[in-house]
Ligand binder design. Structure first.
Ligand code: 3HC
Length: 311
C-alpha cells in the first residue's frame, strides 16, 4: 500500500506534476516544505521592520505612499505563505511560537540596520532583486499551494525592485551628498544580499533533496550567479559601484566573476549575532503580544457568529 503511494508520488514528481494538499506525500517532503514556507513567511513579516523604520521620515508624500504600499505587501506575502503552510497540516500559531522561541529562522538579510533613507532604495533594488531571483523558480515548485502563492508574490516583488532602483537612480543623479548616501547604502547591503541565497552549494544541507523533489529548481550558487549577472550592469547604469573589486565580465564563462563571500559573517548572523537579531525578535514578540486582543476579538466574534448560524 505505502509502496504504491510512494510510486504514485515519485511518478508525479518525475512528470513535473503538482502535489496537492490531499495527495499522499513522504513525511520528509511535508516537513521540508513546512520548514521552508514557514521561514519564508517569517522573513516577510520580520522584513517589514527595517523599512517601516523610514515610513514616518520619507522625503516626500510620493515616497511615503510607495513605501507604505511595499510594507503592506510584505505583510500580505507573509499571510499568504502562512496559509500555504497551513495546507500542510500545521497551525499558524505553532509557527509563530517557533519563530518567537528562535526555533525557526527568518532571512539573515533583515538583521541589518537601515541607517539612511538610501537604504530603502538599496533594499528594494538588491534585497527584493535577490528575492525575485529566488522566487521566480519557486513558481514551478512541485507543491501546488506554494507555487501558486509565488506567482502573485513575484508580481508584487517586481514593483518592489523597480521602486528601489528608481529611488537609487534619483539619489545617484542628485547632489554629491545624495550620491554618496546611495553609494554608502549599496556598500552596506551588497554582501548581505549575496548571502540571502544561502550557503555555498557544497555546504547546503537541503539542496540535493530539495532539488530531487523539485522544490528547489536551481542551486544556491546558480541563483547567486544570476543575481551578480543582473546587478553588475544595473550598478553601471546607476552610476554606483558594487563593493567587490573582483567583479568583472568573464567572456569565457559568459558570467561576471565575483569575489569571496565572508561566510563566517553569514553563520554568525544565523547564530543570532547579527547587528539587529535581538531588536527584530523583541519587536516581533511585542507586536504579537500587543495584537492578542485582536485575535481574541476575532475568535469570539467567529464563535458567536457560528453559534448564531447554529453551527
Ligand atoms: N537566512 C537564514 N537562514 C538561511 C539563509 C538565509 N539567507 N540561507 C540558508 N539558510 C538556512 C536554511 O534555512 C537551512 O537551515 P534550516 O535547516 O534550519 O532551515 C540552512 O541555512 C542550510 O541552507 P540550505 O541551502 O540547505 O537551505 P534551503 O535548501 O532551505 O535553501 C533558501 C535556503 C534558498 C533560503 C530556501 O530556503 C528558499 O528558497 N526559501 C524561500 C525563499 C525565502 O525564504 N526567501 C527569504 C528572502 S526574504 C523575502 O523574500 C522577502 C522579500 O520581500 C524581500
Amino acid at each position: 500500500e505505502a509502496a504504491a503511494e510512494q510510486d504514485i508520488f515519485d511518478g508525479a514528481i518525475a512528470a513535473d506534476e503538482r502535489i496537492e494538499p490531499r495527495d499522499w506525500m513522504p513525511d520528509a517532503y511535508r516537513a521540508t516544505l513546512v520548514r521552508q514556507i514557514a521561514q519564508h513567511a517569517h522573513s516577510e513579516i520580520i522584513g517589514m521592520q527595517p523599512e517601516s523604520n523610514w515610513i514616518t521620515r520619507a522625503p516626500s508624500l510620493r515616497r511615503k505612499a510607495i513605501l507604505m504600499a511595499k510594507v503592506q505587501d510584505e505583510a500580505g506575502h507573509g499571510l499568504y505563505l502562512y496559509s500555504a503552510a497551513e495546507t500542510l497540516g500545521v497551525r499558524r500559531d505553532e509557527l509563530l511560537d517557533k519563530l518567537h522561541a528562535g526555533r525557526q529562522k527568518y532571512s539573515s538579510i533583515f538583521n541589518y540596520p537601515t541607517l539612511t533613507w538610501a537604504d530603502v532604495g538599496a533594499i528594494g533594488w538588491l534585497v527584493d532583486g535577490a528575492a525575485i531571483m529566488n522566487q521566480v523558480p519557486l513558481c514551478r515548485c512541485s507543491y501546488g499551494p506554494y507555487a501558486r502563492a509565488m506567482v502573485r508574490i513575484c508580481k508584487e516583488e517586481s514593483f518592489h525592485q523597480r521602486q528601489g532602483y528608481e529611488l537609487l537612480l534619483t539619489l545617484s543623479r542628485g547632489t554629491p551628498e545624495q550620491h554618496a548616501m546611495a553609494q554608502d547604502a549599496v556598500n552596506r547591503w551588497w554582501w548581505p544580499s549575496m548571502m540571502m541565497f544561502g550557503p555555498p552549494d557544497d555546504e547546503s544541507t537541503h539542496s540535493a533533496q530539495s532539488m530531487a523533489w523539485k522544490i528547489k529548481r536551481h542551486s544556491n550558487d546558480e541563483l547567486r550567479q544570476r543575481f551578480v549577472d543582473a546587478s553588475a550592469p544595473q550598478a553601471e547604469i546607476l552610476g554606483l559601484t558594487l563593493p567587490d573589486p573582483d567583479i568583472r565580465w568573464n567572456e569565457e564563462r559568459g558570467h561576471y566573476d565575483s569575489g569571496p563571500i565572508d561566510w563566517t559573517e553569514f553563520w554568525d548572523v544565523l547564530a543570532g549575532n547579527g547587528p539587529c537579531n535581538d531588536q527584530r525578535l523583541t519587536q516581533r514578540r511585542e507586536a504579537h503580544e500587543n495584537g492578542a486582543w485582536v485575535r481574541e476579538a476575532a475568535a469570539s466574534y467567529a464563535a458567536k457568529h457560528a453559534a448564531g448560524r447554529g453551527e
